[in-house]
Write a protein that binds this ligand. Structure first.
Ligand code: SPM
Length: 276
């Protein structure tokens, strides 16, 4: 049983042993498999969201880049991220007192709770409050509130489409405290350069500082994905704090050195990152 993510003229195939879950929700299809090589794997609308084999790379960078680029992240918001992986990483930090998540599809949360406890454990932290709804509407309900916002979206085209628009980022900026830091799922410079350009152009218009960090994730097509980090407060490509020994002991990908090096982009991608 080989399962293929086929999109954008590219395919990535994984050998599975068993289908654990197939749901059709008002927003998308949800599939979870057991696999030969990469542990449990979840797809939304046929697009791989995570495998247990390498998910730590993406979740750690999505969470620790912005949290360690902020001196005192007390209120944190995750938009999307219904699999709980980014929450799990945020919960490793003692500084946040509020961790809100706004996920549009309750069935994603219920599915990982049932089948992938290694991800769903992120919901167990008592600081976490779950909001079910559209993230682009949720950010309009807050003003100058969040120190860090993490946009853990699916690819544009499905329920995540609104999270790649200028209007959403303008609302999101209003929901952030001065000097707040945003980190967004920013696709691959090889696979979806136009999306990278769009996201960088939007955030370059709104924020003084920004960077595109490359993350190595073998089970995303092309083996890489990006995290767009932006802020008005400071240069986000350099950590403002090093991980404590307690935090560092729990990490497999993020280090201070990775933070400083991940934002270097190859020459061909420089115009994408600088777009306005
Ligand atoms: N918490 C994990 C959720 C992952 N969200 C982002 C997944 C994006 C995968 N798309 C890569 C591009 C290929 N279609």
């Amino acid at each position: 049983m080989w399962v293929t993510e086929a999109a954008d003229g590219f395919g990535l195939t994984v050998e599975t042993t068993r289908q654990l879950c197939h749901k059709v929700t008002p927003y998308q299809t949800i599939d979870i498999y057991d696999t030969v090589k990469v542990g449990k794997m979840m797809l939304l609308d046929g697009i791989i969201q995570f495998t247990e084999y390498d998910e730590f790379a993406y979740q750690e960078m999505m969470a620790h880049l912005p949290l360690l680029a902020h001196p005192a992240p007390r209120r944190v918001l995750v938009i999307g991220g219904g699999d709980g992986g980014v929450l799990r990483e945020i919960a490793k930090h003692p500084e946040p007192v509020v961790i809100d998540i706004c996920e549009i599809d309750r069935e994603v949360i219920d599915s990982v709770r049932e089948f992938v406890p290694s991800m769903a454990c992120g919901f167990d932290d008592p600081r976490v409050t779950v909001h079910i709804g559209d993230g682009s509407e949720f950010v309009r309900t807050r003003e100058s509130w969040y120190d860090v916002v993490i946009v853990d979206s699916t690819d544009p085209g499905g329920p995540g489409e609104a999270l790649f628009n200028a209007a959403f980022y303008a609302d999101l900026k209003r929901a952030m405290t001065p000097g707040g830091v945003v980190a967004s799922q920013a696709e691959s410079i090889y696979l979806l350069p136009d999306i990278v350009r769009r996201l960088c152009a939007i955030t370059n218009q709104l924020f003084r500082y920004g960077g595109y960090a490359t993350v190595l994730v073998p089970t995303y097509p092309t083996g890489t994905i990006g995290v767009r980090v932006a802020s008005d407060g400071r240069d986000v490509t350099v950590p403002v704090r090093e991980p404590s020994p307690e935090l560092a002991a729990q990490l497999r990908y993020y280090t201070g050195a990775i933070h400083r090096s991940a934002f270097a982009v190859p020459k061909f991608a420089e115009p994408l990152i600088a777009a306005r």
